[in-house]
Design a protein around this ligand. Structure first.
Ligand SMILES: O=C(O)CCC(=O)C(=O)O
Length: 340
């Protein structure tokens, strides 16, 4: 398989300098029923990349809306309008304590090959080293759900999966989770910039508070309604960022776009001052990030995860063929770019 991987990366590098060719290949490789249908149903969506049924301006006239439980209707309305929904106390304390106990044991007893991402290893990961989990590095364990039943129990919790399933109108596929010990300090972004799916807006994320978020710990910040602002296109074409393709300053245009939109719409950031067990669901297009960590002695333990509908795929399934496997946990599905 090594030669195939080398060949794929060589081809990727060769086309990265040619955005038109990149786009043609990307469209061909990621073709699916959403991308084929997209251009024909662009009208009702704020994005030219289409989206989920909840993104349609006429979503209340759809079969999916008509079939919703009455209790879910106001939540879906909020999701459509604001791009996020908060479920207070959605995760039982005992499930959180079980995961925290597992995290607490990691320095002495961690799965072989457990990986961590951080600001200074952006785009890559490194092997877990407890001494390197610091607030300055924004260090986060990736895909804990692969190794830890305790993480799967939370991320496949009924409240979480039933809401995401309703939003997708399809079974969710869990991919990419991040476990934070401290605030992320991550600049504002849309997940579509970095978490790439074959249909970019078919994605939702959850933010689970593993403890109360204290003042100064760097709460999650977000711009309500920003998922409906339409598109910023990297290199004039793409919904996602690729540094090799878009250049090291490739995000500058995106920051300028967000600044313009925020000012023109007079949107103020909101902060998730969560209590342990609270969950915030966010839309792929919601602009969000970690607010400044004013007190670096404070932990801000949290678990973030991204899901796509089961008929969509993370893009890494195409350029990391060894990572295409889909695992089952009872009725639930997950996949990982990091382990096998
Ligand atoms: O938890 C945070 O501070 C931000 C997390 C985030 O932006 C993400 O995982 O996409």
């Amino acid at each position: 398989m090594g030669w195939l991987k080398d060949q794929i990366y060589k081809t990727k590098r060769a086309v990265q300098g040619q955005p038109a060719l990149y786009k043609a290949l990307y469209d061909t490789l990621t073709v699916n029923r959403e991308t084929v249908a997209g251009p024909f149903r662009r009208g009702p969506y704020p994005s030219a990349f289409g989206g989920m049924w909840t993104d349609r301006r006429d979503y209340q006239a759809t079969v999916q809306y008509a079939c919703l439980d009455d209790a879910l209707k106001p939540l879906i309305e909020e999701w459509h309008e604001k791009g996020f929904v908060i479920a207070k106390g959605a995760v039982p304390e005992a499930d959180i304590d079980a995961l925290l106990a597992r995290f607490d044991r990691l320095p002495e007893d961690h799965p072989k090959g457990l990986k961590v991402a951080a600001h200074d290893v952006e785009g890559h990961s490194e092997l877990y080293d407890p001494a390197r989990i610091t607030p300055e590095r924004g260090a986060r364990i990736v895909d804990a759900f692969y190794h830890m039943e305790e993480a799967r129990r939370i991320l496949f919790n009924e409240t979480l999966t039933s809401f995401i399933k309703a939003v997708f109108d399809a079974p969710p596929l869990l991919t990419q989770s991040l476990s934070f010990e401290y605030g992320s300090g991550q600049p504002m972004h849309q997940d579509t910039n970095f978490v790439v799916m074959t249909s970019p807006l078919h994605m939702a994320a959850v933010w689970v508070a593993l403890e109360d978020v204290r003042e100064g710990a760097g709460a999650l910040a977000y711009l309500p309604g920003s998922h409906r602002w339409g598109d910023y296109r990297f290199s004039g074409r793409f919904k996602h960022f690729d540094e090799d393709r878009d250049g090291p300053d490739g995000l500058d245009g995106w920051y300028a776009w967000v600044k313009r939109e925020t000012e023109a719409r007079a949107v103020k950031p909101a902060y998730f001052h969560a209590k342990k067990g609270d969950v915030l669901f966010w839309h792929a297009g919601l602009v969000h990030g970690g607010s400044d960590i004013e007190d670096k002695s404070l932990t801000r333990r949290s678990l973030v995860a991204h899901y796509c509908p089961a008929h969509i795929r993370p893009l890494y399934h195409f350029y990391k063929p060894g990572q295409r496997r889909i695992y089952r946990n009872g009725d639930h599905l997950y996949t990982t770019a990091y382990y096998r």
